[in-house]
Design a protein around this ligand. Sequence first.
Ligand SMILES: [Mg+2]
Length: 300
Amino acid sequence: MSAFAAVLAAACANLPDHAAAAKPSPCPSGPTFASGADRATLWMRNTSEYRAMTETIYRAALASLSEGLADPSWTAEPSQAGDLSALPPAVVMDIDESVLDNSESEVRLLLQGTCFDAFPASWDAWVAERKAPAVPGAVEFIQSARTLKDPAGRAVRIFFVTNRECARRPASDAACPQQEDTAANLRSLGLGTDALLDELLVRGERPGWDGEKLSRRQEIARGYRIVLNIGDDLADFLPDVRRQTVAERDLARCVRDAFWGRRWFMLPNPVYGSWLVATGPDLTKSLAAEPDVLQTCPRP
Ligand SMILES: [Mg+2]
């Protein structure tokens, strides 16, 4: 099972039982209301709160990008250090729920009452449709970022590091139809470049490009100063967090506390993510867990 499939399996373990949801409410005077994955999907898809939040984050990211471009020692990649002025600037971005909004595919699963067993095929069919809309603020951020330059006059290049996975399709000769689909989707939103396929680093595209994104970031870091990293999952920023506990993941967050909101920008995703693996499939047990496993990061 791939890491992404494991995440979805964990997500599905927490999905409400639709048959159970049809039972009389224990709170008959209260409003009929979505719960669990239904509620999270509804929030991302239908609320001004989500839109305002992602636009806030993207506008803050653009301001940080301008600041970081002026400082040749500024990098969002911990393996880079020192005077990086020899390298042109780049931004690394996740795709799903960072640039592309896939809530439509989640809605289909919820309305059909289907889950993990149907997921791999339904997800690939969704990718092939090439019609995911943009996360609010993402298009404006990317288009603006590409107009910015570092002090040497070199423009910012955007690299998309995605765990959309290369897989053959029966009706296609393409080695990675998912890469072509994703590029077409991005182009349809006004995010194309002449070199978009080179800027779209897909899981499985090369040996060693597995679900961990570190190797792909390091590949980019050989030729570019990575000024910002933008994603919706701790695993977009840090390696190995998929196999860690809630407390271990939070310690990893704290170790890089100074990066958040400056060099790393996290978008909200309450529907799925590596956090579901850490919290586990037992909802009652997870809800009862002591909240103090999450840390207040020590200030320098
Ligand atoms: Mg994502």
